[in-house]
Write a protein that binds this ligand. Structure first.
Ligand SMILES: *[C@@H]1O[C@H](CO)[C@@H](O)[C@H](O)[C@H]1NC(C)=O
Ligand SMILES: *[C@@H]1O[C@H](CO)[C@@H](O)[C@H](O)[C@H]1NC(C)=O
Ligand SMILES: *[C@@H]1O[C@H](CO)[C@@H](O)[C@H](O)[C@H]1NC(C)=O
Ligand SMILES: *[C@@H]1O[C@H](CO)[C@@H](O)[C@H](O)[C@H]1NC(C)=O
Length: 295
């Protein structure tokens, strides 16, 4: 047998053995949503920046941060974004007052990993004149601005305002500067209705750069961008060797889960492992085949 033949047979045996190893023990499903890296529903799986974040309750995927719990409507892995729903969010059809909405605020350690997208607008409703939103601004209208063409002027045309009326919300706070104030997350960093002294809020985003007629066509929900902080190489290298990305300890060390052992680099490395690798049947076979060819 010539060496070229041996090389071909050997490489096909290797790819066979790595396809055996490529069993992703971390990927899971909740309802019709796939939960995959950097997210996970299992401790020790995924990226540590997203640990203790998602929970699957009766086939409903929930997202939990300090401001509250949200239903996950979608995880867009290609655009690295999540779409969240808060049951107390105001929409074009209904306005929810009473400060019951979650708003949006992430735990400080998680802030680098999760941020509402730049073209997500937060519409704060019925904020008091004393709201920190208006403090420090010579003109009280200053912090409020349109975000990606979305703002209060269009929102006021929603049927929901027909039932309540901007005048009504305004009359609750007779001295209130505005009934609605639209802001980007970037402008205020935390949507805490209690702290901002607002009655309610809405949140909308546009996924496609379509020319929309008005607030009727907006998508209501919170669109959140997730980021691995430039740390994607670890997982790519791990997966390339048939591993699954996870972490150990309190999330202080990223691990490549290689089936029967864990590596701090990839499943090809031996020296960094905490446990001795157990060779798969195919790898042993490939090894024997190679030594047979040498003779
Ligand atoms: C998931 O199911 C819901 C209904 O339960 C549906 O509205 C949604 O479009 C589905 N999402 C996907 C990605 O199939
Ligand atoms: C590998 O790491 C995962 C995640 O931390 C852990 O659940 C598993 O027990 C570890 N396996 C070994 C063999 O150490
Ligand atoms: C927002 O856009 C509307 C037009 O859609 C405009 O009339 C309004 O003045 C803008 N508001 C702010 C605060 O820029
Ligand atoms: C929101 O603000 C209130 C009042 O300042 C504060 O008590 C509460 O802890 C804040 N919520 C979060 C999630 O930080």
């Amino acid at each position: 047998m010539n060496s070229l033949m041996a090389a071909i047979v050997f490489s096909s045996l290797i790819s066979l053995s790595s396809s055996y190893a490529r069993i992703n023990t971390c990927r899971s499903y909740c309802g019709n949503i796939t939960v995959d890296y950097p997210f996970s529903l299992r401790n020790g799986c995924g990226h540590p920046g997203f640990r203790d974040l998602l929970y699957c309750i009766n086939d409903v995927l929930m997202f939990h941060i300090i401001s509250g719990s949200y239903r996950v409507l979608e995880i867009d892995y290609a655009f690295q974004a999540l779409t969240l729903h808060d049951p107390h969010i105001s929409t074009c059809d209904s306005i929810v007052l009473g400060g019951r909405g979650n708003g949006f605020m992430v735990d400080p350690w998680r802030a680098p990993y999760l941020n509402p997208v730049a073209d997500n607008v937060f519409l704060l409703i019925g904020c008091s004149a004393q709201s920190p939103l208006y403090q420090g601004f010579p003109s009280r209208h200053l912090p409020c601005r349109n975000v990606s063409g979305m703002g209060c002027e269009q929102y006021y045309r929603c049927p929901a305002w027909g039932f309540i009326g901007p005048e009504y919300v305004g009359s609750v706070y007779g001295s209130g500067p505005m009934e609605c104030c639209s802001v980007s997350f970037e402008a205020i960093k935390a949507i805490n209705l209690t702290r901002l002294d607002c009655q309610g809020y809405s949140s909308a985003y546009t996924v496609a750069p379509l020319r929309m007629d008005g607030a009727r066509d907006w998508s209501y929900g919170i669109r959140v961008k997730y980021s691995l902080q430039g740390n994607e190489a670890f997982c790519k290298a791990c997966e390339a060797t048939g591993g699954t990305c996870g972490f150990g300890g309190d999330g202080d060390v990223e691990l490549c889960l290689c089936g029967s052992w864990n590596s701090t680099t990839t499943c090809d490395s031996v020296e960094s492992s905490s446990t001795i690798p157990t060779w798969s049947f195919m790898e042993i076979l490939a090894g024997k085949f190679i030594s047979f060819c040498k003779h």
